[in-house]
Design a protein around this ligand. Structure first.
Ligand SMILES: C[S@@+](CC[C@H](N)C(=O)[O-])C[C@H]1O[C@@H](n2cnc3c(N)ncnc32)[C@H](O)[C@@H]1O
Length: 257
């Protein structure tokens, strides 16, 4: 929605911004209208950052990847990202993606679905997938509440643990629908090439699967020096103001000169 971008612009930077969701892009563009030529907005997957900047003939002082979902996508988009409301099981962040969560849940083989849950660290991943595949023959899954009902039926979780389990299963499916880990890996690989010497990459991630990937990449890539031994976490005050920040981790690396 252009929040970070606006801060960079306020500080005098020029920003090349990437957002693959049309609606979020429209809102951000409107918000940033007053900054003229210093903001360029691209309706693309951030895996295209290198391609675009090279075409523009630009090297960056810094790149920020703020991963995952915005509050708008989660709560306001009606696309089935939340288990709190009954919505169609879509979960596509970008309209360019063709497969919805509903497609995956009703069409993937038992093994494929098991892998999706396993990679998402869902407990009893393969048993759950097997059970879902049996159940979907009787009644396919269409809405978020259909999925919530199935999770309840299979795991019979205690009330206190229900939300964590719903969140984990929803996240595993969302990661697959949007190919989030693959996109992150592809983007990271190219970022050092478009940085000026001394330029920085900062990544804010919201779950351990992403964070692990970022941490490993920053350690392994010889073009980079790690600036954050430990991830930067939000202060208590920030979490109070914005509870969704509670799982955020920021890691930063610098391009060696
Ligand atoms: C946490 S929000 C960013 C919020 C933003 N930094 C702000 O301050 O308003 C993450 C955004 O990244 C977008 N996004 C996620 N994966 C993307 C990708 N592969 N390419 C482009 N945009 C992506 C989502 O659609 C979402 O709007």
């Amino acid at each position: 929605m252009g929040g970070h971008t606006e801060v960079f612009l306020e500080k005098g930077a020029s920003v090349y911004a990437f957002e693959w969701d049309e609606e979020s892009l429209r809102i951000a563009t409107e918000r940033l209208r007053g900054y003229g030529e210093r903001i360029k907005v691209y309706p693309y997957n951030f895996t295209y950052i290198k391609e675009v900047l090279q075409k523009e003939g630009v090297y960056a002082d810094g790149v920020l990847l703020d991963l995952g979902l915005s509050s708008f996508l989660l709560e306001g988009s009606g696309r089935g990202f939340t288990f709190q409301k009954n919505e169609p099981l879509d979960m596509r962040m970008s309209q360019e993606l063709t497969l919805t969560a509903r497609d995956l849940l009703n069409r993937l083989s038992e093994e494929e679905l098991g892998n999706v849950f396993y990679k998402g660290e869902v407990p009893k991943a393969r048993c759950f997938a097997k059970w879902l595949c049996k159940k979907r023959k009787i009644k396919p899954l269409n809405t978020t509440f259909d999925l919530v009902d199935r999770i309840r039926e299979f795991y019979k979780p205690p009330k206190k643990k229900e939300k964590d389990l719903f969140a984990l299963v929803f996240q595993a499916i969302r990661i697959e629908v949007n190919q989030e880990l693959k996109n992150l890996e592809l983007a990271l690989k190219n970022l050092p090439d478009i940085l000026k010497p001394g330029g920085r990459i900062a990544v804010i991630s919201f779950h351990s699967l992403e964070d692990r990937l970022v941490k490993r990449f920053f350690k392994k890539d010889e073009r980079l020096a790690l600036l954050t031994k430990k991830p930067v976490r939000p202060s208590q005050e920030e979490v109070r103001e914005n509870p969704r920040a509670r799982s955020a981790k920021l890691r930063v690396a610098e391009r060696r000169i």
